[in-house]
Write a protein that binds this ligand. Structure first.
Ligand code: SF4
Length: 99
């Protein structure tokens, strides 16, 4: 079952979902992008990464999160776009297997 996004997440590709256990690792790794809701005991994306360094730290937090609560929606969108492009162009889709 998919976990819901935490409502405070800043709009954009990275987000934290309700699996978060509030371990506070992500704001330690990427303080510009993650913030804590101390009352409720979870973290959320307070700002989407503005450059490659911030994006890299968000990815690091994503990799380290013990419950896999940090997600990158953009990655899924990119894959979806590639699949759509392939579906619209079947010749291209089979280009690697034509022998
Ligand atoms: S690392 Fe994961 S579990 Fe820990 S606070 Fe961040 S989102 Fe929540």
């Amino acid at each position: 079952m998919m976990s819901a996004k935490i409502v405070e997440n800043a709009p954009g590709r990275f987000y934290v979902n309700t699996r978060c256990i509030g371990c506070t690792i992500c704001p330690e790794i990427a303080p510009a992008n993650f913030a804590s809701n101390l009352e409720e005991g979870y973290e959320y994306v307070c700002k989407q990464p503005a450059d490659r360094d911030e994006e890299s730290l968000c990815r690091e937090a994503m990799a380290i999160c013990p419950v896999d609560a940090i997600r990158d929606n953009g990655l899924k969108s990119e894959i979806r776009n590639v699949l759509k492009a392939d579906a619209a162009n079947p010749k291209k889709q089979n280009a690697g297997c034509s022998k």
